[in-house]
Design a binder for this molecule. Sequence first.
Ligand SMILES: Cc1cc2nc3c(=O)[nH]c(=O)nc-3n(C[C@H](O)[C@H](O)[C@H](O)COP(=O)(O)O)c2cc1C
Length: 104
Amino acid sequence: MIEDMDFSEFDEKREGTSELENRMANTLNSFLNVAIIIDHITLLAHESGLGTCWVRYFNVAAVRKILAIPDNFTIVALLPIGYPSESGRMREPMDGESLILRWE
Ligand SMILES: Cc1cc2nc3c(=O)[nH]c(=O)nc-3n(C[C@H](O)[C@H](O)[C@H](O)COP(=O)(O)O)c2cc1C
């Protein structure tokens, strides 16, 4: 979750960035922070023999009510964690070279 906060003290430190970037920076940073945390949790879960999965598509109102989450928190994702009932399939390792974007 992301808590509504006053980020205005960071605004003046972003000279030279585009207007769009400025407008979105605080929101983007908050979402990036959550993504990093979730990724670490998923890796730790896997290492511990647990299964998990990002869930971004859910009924926000229902989750807010069930978990009694106040309105000043934005729910970014759910992360169910448990013992898998079956073993998942392994992906083929990705070709790292194909992930690199180059331009002249
Ligand atoms: C930002 C994000 C949101 C996701 N939201 C959902 C979701 O709402 N429901 C779901 O079943 N999986 C969700 N996933 C999990 C992906 O479906 C999952 O990464 C994928 O099933 C991995 O399988 P793959 O090995 O086929 O890529 C989400 C993943 C990410 C990164």
